[in-house]
Design a protein around this ligand. Structure first.
Ligand code: NAP
Length: 327
């Protein structure tokens, strides 16, 4: 089997290689997955360049999320059977085979689309956790977010809707407006819209109770201006690579709470039973099509470097996936 192994940090061409490796047979409590597909997320690119918050010991097979079919089970495994689909919980999914503890996988329901299931681990729980972890939101409350067409943004919209929340969504490109409305967004505007003046009209006279920021810079400030006093403004991404500049009055007079979210902290702080409950709910939403991310392009593993280049481009039509079934 081939696996994408990182030998240093820097430009992908120089540090990331496809290495031939022998698949390991599963020991007690383990399963071997024939990997089917994996996604390329911004965090994967940051890990390769060495700028992410937590870096693996090298050499390391990387790839934060993916999906595989159980090919063999070790002694004592009761949660998975040969043929089942599962998503590994730990990094290392950019390879054709993985052997790991059964309890370090998310068992997936029959009938789920493997390509969509390959995107379950990172963005959907991020959206779910941010909608639950920062404010006591009530049905009818507004949530405002930027990068609303991102993987996270597209998960926020249907999860918020399932909770009775309403979303005000900010995108960079007007052509995305109808697409996000069809996904269940309540309002979609472009970055040029000044939410300090236009926000209340857009939100039927209300202010948002939660802001989710994946961009930073002026876009982050625009979201802050749409918030009700005392509300949380949660930064989870920095796509523009611009820092937040917060006017003093938003802290003094409006009492806004500027916070951050990191999924790795959520995994560390959340009991396994609660993680399982959240992933079962998200898997059901993926299976019934409520949660769905467009796929911009799929590359065979041998074209890893072309796939990485494509994933690094802006204004994509969705996620870039690796097809792991062919070398
Ligand atoms: N903190 C956490 O635990 C956590 C978890 C998941 C994701 N994230 C972060 O969340 C962000 C989104 O991830 P994703 O996988 O959902 O992204 P994605 O699907 O790859 O989409 C990227 C989004 O960023 C926008 N974008 C790209 N470059 C930009 C720029 N220079 N200025 C403004 N917007 C820009 C894109 O807009 P266009 O389509 O117009 O280019 C698109 O909306 C990333 O920063 C990621 O690292 C963090």
């Amino acid at each position: 089997m081939l696996a994408a192994r990182l030998h240093g940090f820097g430009k992908a061409d120089a540090v990331l290689r496809l290495d031939p490796l022998d698949p390991a047979p599963p020991g007690p409590g383990e399963v071997r997955l024939e990997m089917l597909a994996a996604s390329i997320n911004p965090a994967d690119l940051n890990i390769i360049e060495g700028t992410y918050g937590q870096l693996p010991a090298l050499p390391a097979i990387i790839g934060n999320e993916g999906v595989g079919r159980v090919a063999a089970v070790g002694a004592g495994v009761t949660t998975l059977r040969v043929g089942d689909l599962a998503a590994p919980l730990d990094p290392g999914s950019w390879g054709q085979s993985r052997t790991l503890a059964a309890e370090r996988t998310i068992p997936l329901p029959a009938g789920i689309d493997p390509a969509q299931a390959a995107m379950i681990l990172v963005n959907p729980p991020t959206a779910h956790a941010m909608l639950h972890g920062f404010a006591a939101l009530a049905p009818g409350d507004w949530v405002v977010q930027n990068a609303a067409n991102s993987g996270v943004g597209r998960a926020v919209i249907p999860i918020a809707r399932s909770l009775g929340l309403r979303t005000l969504n900010v995108v960079r490109r007007p052509e995305l407006v109808d697409e996000l409305l069809a996904l269940g967004a309540d309002r979609v505007v472009t970055e040029e819209t000044d939410l300090r003046t236009a926000g209340p009209d857009l939100m039927d006279g209300a202010h948002a109770r939660l802001a989710l920021n994946a961009v930073g810079g002026t876009s982050a400030l625009n979201l802050a201006n749409a918030l009700a006093p005392g509300s949380p403004h949660v930064t989870y991404g920095a796509m523009s690579r611009q820092p937040l500049k917060i006017p003093n009055g938003l802290l003094i007079f409006r009492g806004l709470r500027f916070e951050g979210f990191w999924l790795r902290r959520w995994f560390a702080d959340t009991p396994p039973a609660e993680q399982s409950r959240v992933f079962a709910l998200l898997a059901a939403m993926i299976r019934d099509g409520t949660l769905r991310v467009p796929i911009h392009a799929t590359f065979p593993l041998r074209d890893l470097h072309a796939a990485l280049q494509e994933a690094a481009t802006e204004r994509r039509g969705g996620k870039v996936l690796l097809d792991l079934t062919v070398a």
